[in-house]
Structures are given as structure tokens and as C-alpha cells.
Design a protein around this ligand. Structure first.
Ligand code: ZN
Length: 448
């Protein structure tokens, strides 16, 4: 197969998108409520509202100026004056390449410029209608379905579209970022002991587990992922101390509670046949990443993989910039899977190198090749396009360099883009457990 045939095949093959944070569509249909935080705005500023703004800040944009981007009350002319110069300074990064892919795929424009930011904003706003997620994700991005870690909720989103936006069960509030108040309210139970809390966790898994596609934890943003085995007997007095006064607990005792609960949740996930997705590697945002902690992620993972040999773990974001370690882990541990989610836009060329080297070292069924990792749905098709470009380059180079035989490419592409995800995650089984699986008519006319 020559490279144009490989690219063609990859363009035609749908992705299973294994990681997103996409808001519920109802959030996008409602008007923005204020100017704080991340807002569902309806102008070109949304392209700079997630990830891209970090590159602008690192290029020199003042953080106070950045806040204008997501403010629905500031007009687009002022927003363009704010971001335009910094967009030019950072335009070659993966995050900002995605803006060009996005405007190309959704609006037929080759770039975002002074002469089109207004019309693009108008078209973006006009596209927001009931059901518009389907054409964007299925028709434009050629995605079969997405797996969503919804950040609007504590544990699990009762999504409007379970067939399109499969949901992760987030176990942060249950373990490493304890939120006893919110979770016990959901479960409608008083928590006076560790036994009570275990019952609340059991309730969460019984209630959401059958409809979840996986469990997810991103506590690597706040601590090392060196989760030690702490027995319930050892955790009981610490948990009681925590309940009496959470603020007075020394760090090592708080860590012991988190560690105990983390393993408890991993065991529950395994009981419900849910793969465990863990954030590893690079941090979103700017100006805060402790790389000395991040570089321990891969080593810390090994202990978890050994402690739960029957549990599939998904090592997210290829542990960038320590992706060589991720390859070594995937090669060595049967229960380790690596996900390129987010990686294609963090560093597109590192991701191309990674795919080539991964396939030469680890079994191909251990790799998941796409997750957009976005909150705004509009940014997903562009990211999928960058991933397709990179995947095609990696596989074409392997064929040209005679590392793989072109005859094996069709099976490899099918496996990497969707087959592996279908083997690892039970899409059909999960869908059956929703009472009202959504069936929404496609409205292809709304996009293009
Ligand atoms: Zn994410």
C-alpha cells in the first residue's frame, strides 16, 4: 500500500474516541450564565477556551487579558485584538493547528483571520441546535462513539445521548479527592465510619457501574500515583480521625486513606468489568507542572499493574513526555494499555514517533489511538483530523522503511482505530443497561 492509499483508508475508518470531556448538549443550548469560569460561549473565542489559551499565555498573553476570551459579554472585535497577535506567535503548535483544522472542517475556511472571525462566530452560533452533536461527531469527525469524563458532575453524567457520549464513572470524589458530603447526599446515606463509606462506594458502583464504559481518575494532577496497599483495619482509625476533622490530618495519614480507597475502587471496577483509566504525564494549563512528580508516573504504574493483574489499566496521554516508558510498560505488562488521547495536539511529531516505536515493541492490541480530550464539541473533528494525519504518517513510514508489510495495514488500521477499543470496552453491553438509549435523527444539513 502506498501512503495515499493508507491515508484514504484511515480517513474512511471511524475512530472510537476513548476520551473526551464534552459538555452535555443541553449546556451548549442554554445561554452562558455569567463571565466567570469556562462558559459555553457562542463565538470564535471558544476555540481558545480549552488548551489553546495555555499556548497563548506561555507566548506572553497576560492572564487578565486571557479571561476576556471566555466572557460572553465582551464583543468579538475586542477578543480578536486580544488573541490575534499571540495566535500568530504560537500558530505552529498542535493546539493552534487544531484551530485551523476546526475552521476548515466546520466552516470551509483555511484559517482564522481578521477578515473572517466575525462570520465564523456567526456560523458557530447558528450551528448550535438540538441534535447538533451527532453530525459534528459522526459525520464530520467520523467517530463511532465517544467516551466522556464529564466534569459537570461529581461521579457520573446521566447523559441525554448514551449511544454517542458513553460515560466514565469518575472515582476521584470516592477516593483520592474525597467529597463525602456530595457523594453521601447522592447516595442518601449518613457516613459515620469507614464501613458506611464502603457502603456508599458499593452503592455508587451498583448504581452507575452497569451503565459506565470505564472508570477514570486524574489525581496525578495533585499527587504521585504511588498507591500503597492499606488494609481496612489500618484505615479505620484514620478515616474516623478524618471525619472528625479533615483539615487536621497529617499528609501521610491522608495519603493512607486515599491509597486504601483507591484500591477499593479498583477492585469494585474490576468486579463490574470496567477498565481503569488513569491520567499520566503532561499537565493541562501553564506555569505549574511539577515534572519531577510526573516523571515518576510510569514507575508508579508498575506497582498498580502488579497489584491488580486482572484489571486492565489505561495509561492516558502516553505519559508524555515519558512515552518511551509507556512503551516499555505496554510491552511488559499484559494488563497495561496506552492511550494517545490528547497527545496528538500536545506534540504531533512526538506522537508519530511514538506510534512507530510502539508498534515495533509492544503488541498492537495494547494501543488506543484517539481521544480528543475536549470540552467544546467543535474542537473534536480537527483533533481527529490531526490524529488521522499522524497515524497515516507513522504507518506509511513503517511500510516505506520495510518494517511492516503493506498487506497487513488494513487489519492494523481497523484494530488501532476501533477494534482495540471494542475489545477493551463493552459498548453494546453498556448501552443495553440504559433505560432509554437515545435515538436522535441525524441532521447533516446543520454542518458544513
Ligand atoms: Zn482529559
Amino acid at each position: 500500500m502506498v501512503s495515499s492509499e493508507i491515508r484514504n483508508l484511515i480517513d474512511r475508518t471511524p475512530f472510537v474516541d476513548t476520551h473526551e470531556h464534552i459538555w452535555e448538549e443541553t449546556t451548549r443550548l442554554s445561554a452562558p450564565t455569567g463571565d466567570g469560569g469556562r462558559q459555553p460561549i457562542r463565538d470564535f473565542g471558544i476555540f481558545f477556551s480549552h488548551y489553546s489559551d495555555s499556548d497563548l499565555l506561555v507566548a506572553g498573553l497576560d492572564p487578565k487579558e486571557r479571561d476576556k476570551i471566555g466572557n460572553p459579554n465582551i464583543d468579538v472585535d475586542e477578543k480578536w485584538r486580544t488573541v490575534g497577535p499571540f495566535y500568530e506567535k504560537a500558530r505552529h503548535t498542535g493546539y493552534l493547528q487544531n484551530i485551523r483544522e476546526t475552521v476548515r472542517m466546520l466552516y470551509g475556511e483555511d484559517d482564522l483571520r481578521e477578515d473572517n472571525y466575525r462570520s465564523i462566530s456567526d456560523r458557530l452560533a447558528a450551528m448550535i441546535k438540538p441534535g447538533y452533536y451527532y453530525p459534528i461527531l459522526r459525520d464530520v469527525a467520523n467517530i463511532e462513539y465517544c467516551q466522556v469524563n464529564n466534569l459537570q458532575t461529581t461521579i457520573f453524567m446521566e447523559t441525554q445521548y448514551p449511544d454517542l457520549l458513553c460515560q466514565d464513572l469518575s472515582f476521584v470524589a470516592l477516593s483520592t479527592g474525597l467529597n463525602i458530603e456530595a457523594v453521601s447526599k447522592l447516595a442518601n446515606r449518613d457516613v459515620k465510619s469507614l464501613k458506611d463509606w464502603h457502603e456508599v462506594l458499593d452503592w455508587c458502583f451498583a448504581t452507575y457501574g452497569p451503565r459506565a464504559i470505564a472508570v477514570k481518575n486524574q489525581s496525578a494532577y495533585g499527587r504521585r500515583i504511588d498507591y500503597e496497599k492499606v488494609s481496612a483495619d489500618d484505615a479505620v482509625p484514620l478515616f474516623e480521625k478524618y471525619l472528625a476533622n479533615p483539615k487536621n490530618l497529617p499528609m501521610d495519614e491522608l495519603k493512607a486513606i486515599q491509597d486504601h480507597l483507591f484500591h477499593y475502587c479498583v477492585e469494585k471496577a474490576t468486579e463490574f468489568h470496567l477498565p481503569v483509566k488513569l491520567h499520566t504525564g503532561y499537565y493541562a494549563g501553564s506555569g505549574g507542572m511539577p515534572l519531577h512528580r510526573v516523571r515518576n508516573n510510569a514507575g508508579d504504574m508498575c506497582e498498580l499493574l502488579k497489584a491488580h493483574p486482572k484489571t486492565p489499566f489505561v495509561i492516558m496521554h502516553i505519559t508524555y513526555p515519558y512515552q518511551d516508558e509507556a512503551i516499555a510498560i505496554a510491552k511488559h505488562y499484559p494488563n497495561a494499555y496506552v492511550d494517545l488521547c490528547w497527545a496528538w495536539i500536545i506534540n504531533p511529531l512526538a506522537s508519530v514517533r511514538f506510534v512507530k516505536e510502539f508498534l515495533m515493541a509492544a503488541p498492537a492490541n495494547k494501543l488506543l489511538t484517539f481521544g480528543g480530550d475536549y470540552i467544546p464539541v467543535e474542537m473534536v473533528p480537527g483533533h481527529a483530523q490531526i490524529a488521522r494525519k499522524g497515524l497515516a504518517q507513522a504507518i506509511s513510514e513503517l511500510v516505506e522503511e520495510h518494517w511492516i508489510d503493506g498487506a497487513h495495514v488494513p487489519a492494523l488500521v481497523a484494530r488501532l482505530m476501533r477494534g482495540n477499543a471494542h475489545e477493551l470496552f463493552d459498548y453494546e453491553g453498556t448501552l443495553k443497561n440504559w433505560k432509554t438509549p437515545s435515538v436522535v435523527k441525524k441532521e447533516p444539513a446543520t454542518v458544513g
